[in-house]
Design a protein around this ligand. Structure first.
Ligand SMILES: Cc1cc2nc3c(=O)[nH]c(=O)nc-3n(C[C@H](O)[C@H](O)[C@H](O)COP(=O)(O)OP(=O)(O)OC[C@H]3O[C@@H](n4cnc5c(N)ncnc54)[C@H](O)[C@@H]3O)c2cc1C
Length: 285
């Protein structure tokens, strides 16, 4: 099918984009970034926005740099920008590891990091990264600018704290300290498919014991999130099989599993148990 008719606006500056968005948002206007989620939905006529504010020509939104201990990722930075480490240390390596799991190469060349966050698919790898690392989202509109912590940003399946006239101008990820270990694992039926469950873990070692543990789970609940009970199970342990299994068990028990036509609650918990344990094993290699 073809999309319903729409008007495409192509602003060149951020101010212009925000002004247009303020005008068209109440008339069902939407931001167009990489188009890798929005365009297919429009083609199926599951969305019929009357206006698209195409941000691909807006100067400065391709910013990808470290500032004040945070990696700043502008709204038009593509998934493919992370095929090679975008910054030094563990964060750059973590993002490169995760990027390879997003869809397929052509989609990674167009789709954007911020577009994934704004779209808020529960199984999105970047949403999992943002939730696990406590990213900050910088939302801008013609009226105001605000910084939204990841914990408040994700509000359910494809729902975020963004108002209809707000542009997610950039996301900020904390640079991870040298020595931070990480592990990522996801399960999907075919390579390139959305994950049925995914896990990201980070931690440091002090006196050979785990500290500052972060255990994030995506694809299993309405929004990806850190799992405090799993983090409590991991902190203070040696990085070994016993502690990893206990952490995976705690994560599986803590989730409120999404259920769909191919996945019941027990299976989703099994998946979470598996991806958390595998992510922890990867962190120790
Ligand atoms: C076959 C296929 C497989 C895929 N597999 C995966 C996968 O495994 N993992 C995964 O994470 N994704 C996957 N995707 C989705 C892909 O990663 C998209 O690129 C991503 O979800 C959205 O980014 P985009 O830049 O393309 O956004 P768009 O499609 O342009 O926009 C998506 C939504 O976000 C809004 N939006 C976009 N940017 C902004 C912004 N800066 N501010 C405010 N609102 C904004 C739009 O208005 C729209 O509602 C897949 C897509 C396809 C087609």
């Amino acid at each position: 099918m073809k999309p319903a008719p729409f008007v495409r606006h192509v602003p060149r500056t951020l101010d212009e984009a925000l002004k247009i968005l303020a005008e068209v948002a109440p008339q069902d206007g939407r931001v167009l970034a990489g188009g890798q989620s929005l365009v297919p939905i429009m083609a199926f006529r599951m969305a019929r926005p009357a206006h698209l504010v195409d941000i691909n020509e807006v100067a400065g939104l391709d910013r990808l740099e470290v500032e004040g201990g945070k990696l700043v990722i502008g709204a038009s930075v593509r998934h493919a920008a992370f095929h090679k480490p975008a910054t030094y240390g563990p964060l750059g390596k973590l993002l490169t590891k995760v990027a390879g799991h997003i869809a397929h190469y052509p989609i990674r060349m167009r789709g954007t990091f911020c577009g994934s966050l704004a779209h808020a698919d529960p199984a999105s790898e970047w949403c999992l990264v943002a939730a696990t690392l406590d990213a900050e989202m910088v939302a801008k509109s013609a009226k105001r600018e605000r910084v939204i912590p990841a914990k408040e940003f994700f509000q359910g399946i494809m729902a975020t704290a963004l108002a209809e006239d707000e542009l997610l101008a950039e996301a900020r990820l904390p640079v991870l300290a040298e020595g931070t270990r990480f592990g990522f694992n996801e399960f999907s039926r075919r390579a390139g498919d959305f994950a049925m469950s995914a896990a990201l873990v980070t931690y440091r070692l002090a006196d050979s014991k785990i500290c500052d543990a972060r255990v994030g789970v995506g694809g299993a609940e309405a929004s990806p999130r850190r799992i405090p009970k799993a983090e409590a199970a991991l902190n203070g342990q040696a990085p070994n099989d016993k502690g990893f299994r206990a952490t995976a068990e705690a994560a599986a028990a803590a989730i409120d599993p999404l259920i769909d036509h191919q996945t019941d609650a027990d299976y989703r918990r099994d998946l979470v148990r598996a991806v958390v344990r595998r992510a922890l094993e990867a962190s120790a290699q």
